[in-house]
Design a protein around this ligand. Sequence first.
Ligand SMILES: [Zn+2]
Length: 501
Amino acid sequence: MILSKDQINRYLRNIIIPEISGSGQKKITQSKIYLYASTVQEASSLIYYLAASGIGYISCYFKDSLGYEKLFKNIQDLNSDVVIELANNELSIVYSDSLFNEGFVIRILISKYVELQDNLISFSCSHNHSKFIPTIVSINNGWNGFLQTFSNQEDFNELLIKPLPIDSNSFGNNVQEKEGNVLSNCVLSALTSVECIKLSLNLGKVLDKPLYFNLLSMKFYKWDNKVFYLAITDFLKNSSYENNLPKNSENYNDKKLSNSKVLIVGTGGLGSPVAYALSSLGVGTIGVIDYDSVEISNLNRQILHATSRIGMPKVESAEAFISDLNPDVKVVTYNTSINIQNALDITSDYDVIIDAVDNFPTRYLLNDSCFFANKPLVDAAVVRFHGLIMTILPNKGPCYRCAFPLMPNQKPGTSCSEAGVLGPVPGFMGFLQASEVVKLLLDIGDTLSNRIIYYDALDSDFDTISMNKSTNCNLCGAEPTITELVDYNNSCESTNNKEMN
Ligand SMILES: [Zn+2]
């Protein structure tokens, strides 16, 4: 099978990554994945990212399949190449042996922590150990997530046999942590998609040891010990901070979010997951700014858009997606670039601003206008297999110029069309941005206001870099030289000054 011209256009930014190229994308397109989840909602964001990346065949088993038709229809519109089906209801199909014989190459189990033991019983072992299919187990509870990829039956048996410490309260209260549950599920879905692509292509290091994260503290831990049970026990023993955060009531949170206004600047690779998560959670007003129109090459990662909306202004396409997902959200569209004339006016109107742009001039402009308007800004950037994120609280923590005083010159070969980006990487960074926004709006947890998280998808590494406000900063330092918005003569619209998104 040779990729068709449409497929090449659709997967363009995957294909131009040398580690993937055309043959890699072809392999992804031929991969068959079996997915097990309790509900459609729990699997939705994962299925969006698997389909966008071009995974060719997705078989889904839902304990409760309510709402699958609508999701499958949207998935077909995102990528008509993907075969997506409801799995045979017979549980025997879950046996690794029979899946192996049917050509499946990866199994995924999505579970809430409290349901894990039950789900594992359904998601059974292989009779024949040589037919074990690599299995990704994704577990969430409140703001916490766990992920591990099992490559052999022996490791997987440990998870099956050892009882888990079931006290779910140790990880927070499920009922009161709706926001955490949604966000940790989204974050896991992007990480799981990354793992699937790495497994399909035998690329980088898979997460063969347990990864745990907490989105309230924005901490990521990888255990050396392979045994999941020990990792969780270890976590329970050593964590105190994560479990003792003040909690608002559910009503308070719902009301607070529905009265909030968030501005997403850019509706591409980063803006898509942010909009997905925030509209799922019922943020009352979401503003979206973009001057582009939907192109087929956006669809390998920009899950807000769809084949049927190619050619439409991106903000209109985003509005269609958000309204379909949650009609209660008010969407305000700005079909324009953000610039020195409109930046202050627009940002002043919102509670939190999301930097989801793909170029440095706009990044600096947003930093400056959020500083002058005294608005929190959540910034992220991605290229190839890497992403970074920081949160900027004007006057309280370092700004973008504190961290990066000089606007980098875009090096040749690092632009959007030349360097590529792996689709789920902006997904992951965008879901982290959404988590930061929700924490800011609800005034809970620790934000990344004095840290940068650097993510390396190939090695599954998460580095945290501490950062301080710079007294020499031209904008927020002791003797500022920048006292009004600077016009960089918007080279951001020229492609040679583009970062990735
Ligand atoms: Zn500064």
